[in-house]
Design a binder for this molecule. Structure first.
Ligand SMILES: Cc1cc2nc3c(=O)[nH]c(=O)nc-3n(C[C@H](O)[C@H](O)[C@H](O)COP(=O)(O)O)c2cc1C
Ligand code: SF4
Ligand code: SF4
Length: 286
């Protein structure tokens, strides 16, 4: 059996999990290719028996570039796939929405894997509440997931439809309400406007190459940033080695402080259920 793992990863957590799942698949005696989402040729997907799609959670669901990718997939007939995700405190409806879009194109989701990931959101109080994740246990679980997923694929092919996961849309929580409001258009309004300081910018292209949606053109006159298609992932500002991308984070800082209480509550609940292990003292988050 030959699998293809496709992933989007901003700060490396999802990439590490993708590589670990691949190790598991290879360990199970199956073949596996892996590719970042930007490099995937969707015409080649049919030549694989199983497709894996991995993403971080952004704003309680899959980021818009991942949604666009799924929506551009060619229609297929009952092709099996698995989905995986790394997230901070709240995975939200990430799997629900991915499954919804994939099933519209004829894909059947036969398995899911998710784990925590330390974020690096620039306006968040530090240290990040999920620091230290994914941890050794999560890497072990991801390997096991990879080892088992090809066998599950065969079982479903042989009629064990009860193995197919079901997804429920969660809509009555504060974060679910927030996720409905945080459309790309709203994010565009509340996000700070980025400015490239031309006295500092060396035109190294780091931001342009890192942008998941090709929304930066440093070589334009004047340089353009947050162009049409920008999903407010704020990565460009983070990766600029010169600190040339200027932004006023004061509004976002205020908003993040009130959300933090909810995030820590969610982590404490997950800890009680044995799903999360804290590596920092929440009292030290400033
Ligand atoms: C713009 C942005 C939005 C995010 N939104 C959420 C969220 O809604 N829920 C959550 O649990 N984590 C959220 N996170 C945290 C990431 O999902 C988490 O850090 C993930 O592991 C990052 O994966 P990566 O390193 O592969 O990019 C967000 C991170 C960013 C940068
Ligand atoms: S990463 Fe910074 S220095 Fe490099 S091109 Fe972008 S803005 Fe300029
Ligand atoms: S322009 Fe910046 S904030 Fe917008 S999508 Fe690209 S990297 Fe993300």
């Amino acid at each position: 059996m030959k699998a293809l793992i496709i992933y989007f990863s901003q700060t490396g957590n999802t990439k590490k999990i993708a590589e670990t799942i691949k190790k598991g698949i290879l360990k199970s005696g199956n073949m596996c290719d892996i590719a970042p989402i930007k490099n995937v040729n969707i015409n080649l997907l049919e030549s694989y028996d199983l497709i894996g799609i991995g993403t971080p959670t952004f704003f309680y669901r899959e980021p818009k570039n991942v949604l666009n990718f799924i929506q551009n997939l060619k229609e297929t007939k009952e092709k099996h796939c698995f989905i995986f995700c790394t997230h901070g405190s709240l995975i939200g409806n990430t799997f629900y929405h991915m499954n919804e879009e994939l099933s519209k194109r004829g894909y059947i989701v036969i398995g899911t894997f998710d784990c925590y990931g330390s974020s690096s959101i620039q306006f968040y109080p530090q240290p990040m509440h999920t620091e230290g994740h994914p941890d050794e246990i999560e890497f072990m679980e991801a390997t096991e997931f990879g080892e088992n997923i090809c066998e599950i694929n065969l079982k479903v092919q042989n009629g064990q439809m009860n193995l197919i996961p079901q997804f429920e849309l969660i809509s009555k929580t504060w974060w679910a309400l927030q996720s409905k409001q945080l459309t790309v258009e709203v994010l565009k309004k509340i996000s700070p406007k980025f400015n490239i300081n031309l006295d500092v910018c060396t035109k190294c292209l780091t931001c342009q190459e890192a942008c998941p949606t090709n929304s930066i053109d440093v070589e334009a006159e004047p340089p353009e940033i947050q162009k049409e298609g920008c999903i407010s992932c704020w990565y460009c500002e983070k990766v600029c080695p010169e600190g040339a991308i200027e932004a006023d984070w004061s509004m976002m800082e205020k908003a993040s402080k009130s959300n933090l209480i909810g995030y820590i509550e969610a982590l404490k609940e997950a800890e009680n259920q044995g799903k999360f292990r804290p590596y920092i003292d929440y009292q030290n988050i400033k």
